[in-house]
Design a binder for this molecule. Sequence first.
Ligand code: HEC
Length: 312
Amino acid sequence: MSDNKFQYEDEIDFKAVLRTPIRWFGIIYPYFLVIAIAIGMIWVFKMDILFNNKIPPALVDSTRIFKDIEQKKGFTLAGVDVIKLYSEREQLKSKGEEIYKANCSSCHGDKGLGDGVAGANLNPKPRNFTQSTGWKNGRKFSDMYKTLVEGIPGGAMVSYDYLPIEDKFSLIFHIQTLATDFPQVTETELKDLDVAYNLSQTRTMPNQIPVQTAIMKLSSEKISEKDKINKIQEFIDIHSNPAKDIFQSVTYNQEKALLTLFSNQNWRAEKENFVKLISSSVNQNGFNSKALMLNEERLNLLYNYMIYLFSL
Ligand code: HEC
């Protein structure tokens, strides 16, 4: 039969395959290709999971941490005799060590090597007091005092100015025990320090509140001011009153006039203050010069009307 010659084998002839092993490749090749593509696709689609970094990088850019001012009550810092205080350094070292352990060693380490636990992730790193290089303000007594007063901007070293002068001195006395090569302190250096920071003068530290709180306070005051004035303005518009005409005739800008009254409310206690407030900057404060020419009766009407409006 001549067409038998072209008949395809409908089954794999395993014997033939075994005889010529190269034919295996032809058989497994399609499967191999499919599996390879499948693995490749899984790889590509799951890449974000496979390579996801579960542990966040250790170094945090501490210059981006915003540290707000703490809320603190004001207080007085007594002035000191710098030379006398310096002469007491032997006694003050141990006090300095205590303050150091409580406030500084978390970052700078117990021995001042800059290896405190809280400092591990900081950038820049806490200063190693035993190393003489890399200091920004410097290693002199007065330099360290400056650091304590002002802090180092742009990092974790904040100001410790709230500490009494004696405590700041004690801290530096302690730090100076951590290495032997700190620069010698001179009398002129101490005197200059006294002048620079007014150390012999008693100082009053004002109350301070965080910037965020201050902003909130200011904006909420602004809102309540606007609300109040809108409310009064609305009332004036809607309700008739004999004094309403007087108010309209003595103002060139009602809202501004109300703002003036809102900003300094001691006029509510006395009519005299009311007259003073209006006349102090007439033609700029919302009131016009007619306000200065009111007779007693009309002035009384206006005054009582305003008292009434502001108590709404
Ligand atoms: C929150 C961590 C932290 C604490 C707490 C801290 N420091 Fe620092 N301190 C730093 C860092 C960070 C620097 C390095 C700043 C830089 O290089 O900008 C530094 C630098 C300094 C320097 C060197 C300044 C210079 O001239 O380069 C002195 C001195 C210092 N600190 C003293 C103190 C003392 C004293 C205390 C405790 C009252 C203290 N620090 C508490 C983090 C801290």
